[in-house]
Design a protein around this ligand. Sequence first.
Ligand SMILES: *Cc1c(COP(=O)(O)O)cnc(C)c1O
Length: 231
Amino acid sequence: MINMNENHISKNIEKIRQNINLACKESGRKADDIIILGVTKTIDAEDIKKAVDEGIYHLGENRVQEFLEKEDKIDNVKWHIIGHLQTNKVKYIIGKTFLIHSVESIKLAKEIDRLSSQKGITTDVLIEVNVSGEESKYGIRCEDIDSFLDEIDKFNAVKVKGFMTMAPKDAADNEIRQIFRKLYKIYVDISQKKYNNISMEYLSMGMSSDYELAILEGANIVRVGSAMFKQ
Ligand SMILES: *Cc1c(COP(=O)(O)O)cnc(C)c1O
């Protein structure tokens, strides 16, 4: 089939899909099970729509202000908040997200719970985990996951659906894979435990530089920005 909308974004997406297919083949997984989340920070609505035209229906923003500006202009997509979220900004986004990837404090979870129940809705979230333990990173430590989940399980309007992590920027492939593998193992362990408001459905790992590695290690959401929108 000839694609009449040939542009750099559609070419980038085709390449990303090919790479994902290869990683799925190598790890015995199905490409249909992987959500490609287009990360649209700094990208304008016109270019974002080109990605949507290529079947990218999940979009991620890391800043609330930018999210609110774009959320109005683009229809029929599911929005994810992936960046650090301040508690005082929750009120602007509640009810507008498919998934918030960056819950890493009980204070934040509590505010999401409070505003969700006020609206009579539930909000799906991921817990951000700082697997590598870098000081500069947001996220809870692996050793704190159990107690964190016990605490957050008490909030009925917040539903935990899995974990998100970021690998260190310039680490070697095998180091990155170990980080992803560690979180996947915890994800599987937790999925076998009984909670009220917690289920393990999404594992959000991998960005432009390491999404193939993340898929090899069990990610089912990859957050791809620059590789999708670069010229
Ligand atoms: C920007 C960002 C991404 C995407 O980064 P790229 O390297 O451009 O793919 C993924 N996750 C988070 C949390 C981000 O802030």
